[in-house]
Design a protein around this ligand. Structure first.
Ligand code: MG
Ligand code: MG
Length: 260
């Protein structure tokens, strides 16, 4: 069967360079925010720092004003413990033993980098450490599949296999996605799948791979603020994300600091 690709989805080398620049700024933001994560800091302080760094470098916080139940009100999403994604920064104070997932999108010169990490606040427990480690490792299992000739299902299957082997769960409703000029472009990239199925990956596709991992269940629900997604059983969750290009040389992570 012929698959026609929307030309916009397949990026040129120059466009991928622009995405690397956006991704590098996004990586700087996440690095600086990570340094500030300590007991006693509020999530709003982290958000203000992120916005300042992005704007100082000529970028735009991609998430701010993003359409949803109401326009997203902040630069970061900061999701704590049972909160999986889309937590809204507030006056909430981080406490020793919390785990915090920070997600950021940066638009620079018309292109977007989207990336996330989870980190402990002060000393954290064994289960928290293991969850974070498994989630981060599952991201690299997915990234490894980002090669011409592979399919979207290979990415999801690699993540799912790794997460479920550790005894954890992946959500059904929240997925990775194409990213570039738009925050969410086709294809959707679930954190589960069947090898060889789904859209064929070809050189120039740029995708945000983002395993979300839940300790107790695949089921989620949304808090009354209409954005924050939590595990339905209030078990711990973690989230890692990189924006990655499919290239003839293999996967290229765009959301990392460029050498200067
Ligand atoms: Mg993200
Ligand atoms: Mg994303």
């Amino acid at each position: 069967m012929m698959i026609t690709y929307n030309k916009q989805l397949v990026k040129t080398e120059l466009e991928i360079q622009k995405m690397q620049a956006a991704g590098s700024l996004n990586a700087l933001v996440l690095e600086e925010v990570k340094k500030l994560i300590k007991p006693g800091v509020t999530t709003r302080e982290l958000d203000e720092t992120a916005e300042m760094i992005i704007r100082d470098h000529g970028g735009i916080p991609t998430f701010k004003g993003y359409p949803g139940p109401y326009p997203y009100p902040a630069t970061l999403t900061i999701s704590i413990n049972e909160e999986m994604v889309h937590g809204i920064p507030s006056g909430r104070v981080l406490k020793e033993g919390d785990i915090v997932s920070v997600d950021c999108g940066t638009t620079l010169d018309g292109f977007i980098g989207d990336s996330a990490f989870t980190v402990g606040v002060g000393e954290i427990g064994t289960e928290q450490k293991r969850l974070i480690q498994v989630t981060q490792e599952s991201l690299y299992k997915g990234i490894e599949q980002m090669r011409p000739g592979k399919h979207v299902g290979d990415v999801g299957a690699a993540i799912q296999r790794y997460v479920e082997a550790a005894g954890y769960h992946v959500p059904k409703q929240y997925t990775g996605h194409g990213v570039g000029r738009e925050m969410h472009e086709p294809p959707q990239v679930p954190n589960f799948g069947i090898p060889g199925q789904g859209m064929l990956l070809r050189e120039g596709l740029t995708i945000a791979i983002e395993p979300m991992v839940l300790v107790g269940t695949f089921q989620t629900r949304v808090l009354p603020d209409q954005w924050t997604v939590i595990s339905a059983d209030h078990s711990l969750t973690a989230h890692y994300e990189h924006t990655v290009a499919v290239t003839s040389n293999g996967p290229l992570i765009l959301t990392q600091r460029l050498e200067r």
